[in-house]
Ligand binder design. Structure first.
Ligand code: NIG
Ligand code: FE
Length: 414
């Protein structure tokens, strides 16, 4: 017999609709259904209705009374650096004194300090640490999470990070999406041989990661002092040739052409984009690339906020994600990201909801199955301790999630 779930007495069911990213005015046009119920069979939504669910639906079903609360799709965190060794709280004083993120990196700290700690950690220790982070994300409403490598840079450690993600995908409820980010920094052993590292990535690592099915995406940190747009192009073209889909970290600090490149390459997503130019934004719109914005990173680095309103006006679908990592965003709280997006990107609650559900699902190529609540989609959802959508943007700073359902199964309850 099918495994049926019925959620009744939903005060407000708020969800974007569709199987693709929503751009422009459509980003804010979501479905708002009051007094609703939802039914799912074997993890897939089969019915939505108003009022009391029909008796035949309730027979033999697991029944949850939502008590008049808000229900939304499960949150998708489309950009995290989930697996890493150690922390970097020693950088706090440097940052407070005004030493810049790129200066810390140029002095061998920053990402390279986490590379050292990740190389030293065992695979078991990395897996355990990431498992704890995922458990906290789940309580905060996250049902799908992207996870990047990039703190190994050498072959053994990159594979150790990717293997940790594979292990975690099988043993806990949050769905994981794996990204190879070998081009996160130039490894110290290649500091006088950029070409050699590019060759290692494009000729050995990318083919191997693809062959072994260790990642779906390839990402590059395209930034002043890290990788140039020409290098990013070489890496991402090699990735695409091997069947990995392209993502790019770019224009976080300086506009060096990475946003334009993302559009030309029809990358699935471009991330950060704080310094993106009008030309870059147009290129994203033409390339059908999702802009993944990371407001908690702007907050933590004391940087400006990306020009979300210009992106929405240009028809670029906007997603928002945590960027959880030990350097530029040591927080994994996607609810905080939603609050920051609302206030600092001047996005409406409806636009932000789309940004962390359907558009975030599109940024990890899962919008056909995840990111909205409608028949045929997977029953990943959150019951909030809130009566309406505005409430979760109003009561910022505490966890407002009551129940999390993944593929029709309750997986977290407060
Ligand atoms: O997305 N900018 C590059 N990578 C990360 C930060 C990594 C780190 O500082 O450890 C980011 O912000
Ligand atoms: Fe990042």
């Amino acid at each position: 017999m099918a495994n049926r779930l019925v959620i009744s007495n939903i005060g407000l069911l708020a969800t974007p609709l569709g199987k693709t990213a929503r751009a422009g005015a459509d980003q804010g046009r979501i479905s708002l259904r009051t007094g609703a119920y939802l039914a799912a069979e074997d993890g897939v939504i089969t019915a939505l209705g108003n009022g009391i669910p029909p008796r035949e639906l309730l027979e033999g079903a697991r029944h949850i009374d939502a008590g008049g609360r808000l229900v939304t799709p499960g949150l998708v965190d489309a950009h995290t650096h989930l697996v890493f060794g150690g922390w970097r709280e020693h950088e706090l004083a440097l940052k407070r004194r005004g030493v810049s993120y790129l200066d810390i990196l140029a002095q061998g700290g920053g990402i390279l300090s986490t590379v050292r700690q990740t190389r030293e950690a065992s695979q078991e220790a990395l897996t355990e640490k990431a498992a704890q982070a995922l458990a906290r994300m789940l309580c905060l409403g996250v049902t799908t999470c992207e996870a990047k490598s990039g703190y190994g840079l050498d072959q053994a450690t990159e594979l150790k990070q990717l293997a940790a993600v594979r292990t975690l995908a099988a043993r806990q409820p949050v769905e994981l999406v794996s990204t190879y980010l070998g081009a996160h920094a130039l490894p110290p052993e290649y500091k006088d041989d950029r070409e050699g590292y590019l060759r290692l990535m494009t000729r050995e690592m990318i083919p191997m990661v693809s062959r072994e099915g260790l990642a779906e995406f390839c990402d590059v940190f395209c930034e002043t002092g890290v990788f140039t747009a020409a290098e990013a192009e070489e890496i991402l073209r090699a990735a695409q040739a091997h069947g990995l889909k392209a993502k790019i970290h770019t224009d976080e600090i300086d506009a060096i052409g990475g946003t334009e490149l993302a559009g030309w390459l029809q990358a699935v997503s471009a991330e950060h984009l704080i310094a993106a130019t009008d030309r870059g934004i147009d290129a994203l719109a033409r390339g059908g690339t999702v802009a993944v914005l990371l407001p908690a990173t702007s907050f933590y680095l004391g940087k400006p906020y990306a020009r979300a309103r210009n992106m929405i006006a240009a028809g670029v679908p906007v997603a928002a994600a945590s960027d959880y990592n030990p350097g530029s965003c040591p927080s994994l709280n996607l609810q905080l990201v939603m609050n920051l997006a609302c206030w600092n990107y001047k996005m409406s609650p409806e636009e932000v909801l789309t940004a962390v559900t359907l558009n975030a699902a599109a940024a990890v190529c899962r919008a056909d199955r995840l990111g909205s609540l409608e028949p045929g989609k997977q029953a990943d959802l959150v019951i909030w301790d809130a009566p309406n959508l505005d409430y979760i943007f109003y009561r910022f700073g505490e966890n407002l999630v009551k129940t999390v359902i993944k593929a029709g199964m309750p997986v977290s309850e407060k």
